[in-house]
Design a protein around this ligand. Structure first.
Ligand code: AHR
Length: 303
């Protein structure tokens, strides 16, 4: 129980924290696991969660954030679908004295006073890990096709950047085509079908997430080629379906991106609402998986 008068300050009644969470969508297995983690951990933490799904559209996320401001929630958390275009709505939250936490994806803004903290992965580092693996495993001229995530999204921009940084040391490795598959399985499949028609020689697919990689596998098989052998595949995430394909030999390497952010998010929310200091950046710890490692960890994989 809070002291008298505390309720108005936290935008809550009876000391219960209300969180408005504006999720990106339900575009991937990763996102499904992330949503579940947030919903489960809010319950465990006794936080009243108002949840919205923006179907990968920035305008929907902005609408959701405005409605949370109107409802005077204690804290707003969101995973921005794209990096830019948030200053106006976040300024509205700031003026309403509602703290904002960024989770999973960050924004590109000069005004860091618009949010309290950012909890999530280092996407550039993920791209570097993918690039490192290819540099270590490629032999001779290697043509790569890249399936990018959602245009303008932090993980798409950063995973491209980190990967390019690493392969720059090997002139034999060339990205011959790069296009967005919007982080979805159907997007990955469609773009890969087009690549298979337009590119005379594809050695490697670098997909910014498992789902697009899984879509590419379908396209490769339909074209009569063997995924993982004729065309090597590198993805990011390490969700169960991706790990299964890795263990089966259809994917060659996966860089982990951890979606289980719920627990840390609720801890940060409690601190922020209480007016305590929090670090401005909390980085998720994650690894990588080879085919052999996938076989070992798959039975215990939670998501
Ligand atoms: O922002 C994280 C990314 O979003 C995941 O890697 C991808 O699967 C999801 O759609």
């Amino acid at each position: 129980a809070c002291g008298s008068g505390g309720g108005a300050e936290t935008g809550s009644t009876g000391g219960t924290i209300t969180m408005g969470f504006a999720q990106v969508g339900a575009e991937s297995g990763w996102r499904t696991a992330n949503t579940k983690s947030i919903q489960d951990e809010a319950k465990t933490a006794g936080i009243d969660l108002k949840f919205s799904d923006a179907q990968q559209k920035q305008e929907n996320q902005i609408k959701a954030i405005r409605s949370y401001i109107q409802q005077k929630v204690s804290v707003i958390a969101f995973s921005p679908v794209v990096e830019t275009g948030w200053d106006t709505v976040l300024l509205e939250a700031k003026r309403a004295n509602i703290p904002v936490i960024l989770t999973d994806r960050s924004i590109d803004s000069d005004d860091t006073s618009l949010y309290k903290t950012f909890l999530g992965s280092d996407f550039v580092e993920e791209g570097r890990k993918a690039g490192d693996w290819l540099v270590a495993n490629a032999s001779g001229p290697t043509n790569v096709v890249e399936l990018q995530g959602t245009t303008g999204a932090a993980p798409a921009i950063d995973r491209k950047k980190g990967f390019e940084e690493k392969i720059a040391s090997k002139p034999d490795i060339k990205v011959v085509a790069s296009q967005t598959g919007d982080f979805t399985r159907s997007g990955g499949k469609q773009v890969m079908e087009a690549f298979l028609k337009s590119q005379p020689k594809i050695d490697v697919v670098y997909a910014h997430n498992d789902d697009m990689g899984l879509g590419a596998i379908e396209a490769i098989k339909a074209a009569g080629k063997v995924p993982g052998k004729d065309i090597k595949i590198i993805t990011v995430d390490a969700v169960k379906d991706g790990m299964q394909a890795l263990a089966n030999g259809e994917i060659n390497f996966i860089v982990e991106c951890n979606p289980l952010l719920g627990k840390q998010l609720m801890e940060l929310a409690k601190k922020v609402v209480a007016g305590e200091q929090v670090p401005e950046r909390v980085v998720t710890e994650e690894g990588t998986f080879t085919q052999e490692q996938a076989k070992t960890v798959l039975p215990q994989r939670q998501y």
